[in-house]
Design a protein around this ligand. Structure first.
Ligand code: GUN
Length: 293
């Protein structure tokens, strides 16, 4: 069993990005700039945005964290987004999800100009991804493909089972794994809450990507020997055995599945760090105007 070290790979990719940023700065004085909007005081969202800001510093980007009270109206928020759309100094804009109930996430996503939508959530960018056109790929699926690449895990012709059909992970993941590409070309099955006999399907899988938000859902008896297992889940549970007082679990029962797997991502230190790196890659692309020009 090989443990896929997302922490190590993400550090490598960040170094590569930092080197490129240095180059761009020298050539034309441009510093890539990511803006992150956060609404309200959701603890997990604050942690994620803080991690994104820190990653910006590490690669030499400028970042702006823009905080709004949870009572901000939808109209006010959309107007703030429109202002950033017009701000030439800002290359990438993300609005951290989830948003308070009175604000439509769909409207927010559709208001971000596709050119700055480094999350790859805008329907235009989703459409481009499905059509195989150059665009910003959503961060978590792109980070997973990067891991498969860096570990040279063969995917062509393999049975890939994706569990979970969210717009952020499961659905785009199923698209990327089935597309005609070196780290794609899989036969993909997308499983979700209405899937029957899920263990029969997962047992046939060469590659299993679990993103359904159910602590330790994937158990040892659900996987075949030699499967590649990618765990997107993250669950924080109170613990008196750790220094922080919390223990993190994934959507995979690691102790049961790891001995059967050929490759597996741990939680933490697997997929998580790669998500942020993909966001940095997309922001760099935007700063270079490598996609839209
Ligand atoms: N909430 C959970 N994941 C994400 C993400 O990738 N981007 C944004 N903006 N919000 C999220």
């Amino acid at each position: 069993m090989i443990l896929i070290d997302g922490k190590k790979i993400s550090a490598e990719v960040k170094q590569e990005i930092a080197a490129e940023v240095e180059q761009i700065k020298k050539e034309n004085g441009k510093i890539p700039h990511l803006a992150a909007i956060i609404v309200g005081a959701d603890g997990a969202s604050q942690t994620y945005v803080a991690a994104k800001v820190k990653a910006c510093e590490q690669v030499g980007f400028k970042s702006s964290e823009i905080k709004f009270d949870e009572n901000i109206t939808e109209e006010e928020l959309l107007n703030e987004i429109k202002k950033i759309n017009q701000n030439d100094d800002i290359d990438g804009l993300i609005v951290q999800l989830p948003l308070p109930k009175h604000i439509s996430e769909d409207k927010v996503i559709e208001t971000i100009t596709p050119e700055k939508d480094v999350d790859g959530f805008h329907p235009i960018n989703v459409g481009k991804m499905v059509a195989g056109l150059p665009t910003y790929l959503p961060a978590t699926p792109a980070g997973i493909v990067e891991l498969l690449k860096r570990y040279k895990i063969e995917t062509s012709g393999k049975n890939c089972v994706v569990i979970g059909r969210s717009n952020i992970v499961g659905t785009p993941m199923s698209v990327l794994m089935s597309r005609k590409a070196e780290y794609g070309d899989c036969t993909v099955t997308l499983c979700h809450s209405r899937t029957k006999n899920i263990e029969k399907i997962t047992k046939e899988a060469d590659i299993i990507i679990v993103a359904l938000g159910w602590k330790e859902f994937l158990t040892g008896e659900m996987v075949k020997e030699g499967a590649v297992v990618i765990d997107v889940g993250i669950h924080r549970v109170k613990s008196d055995k750790t220094k922080s007082g919390w223990k993190l679990y994934g959507d995979v029962n690691f102790d049961e599945v790891a001995p059967k797997a050929s490759y597996i991502t741990p939680v933490p230190g697997g997929v998580g760090p790669m998500t942020i790196v993909s966001l940095m890659q997309n922001t760099l692309l935007s700063a270079k105007k490598a996609i839209y020009k």
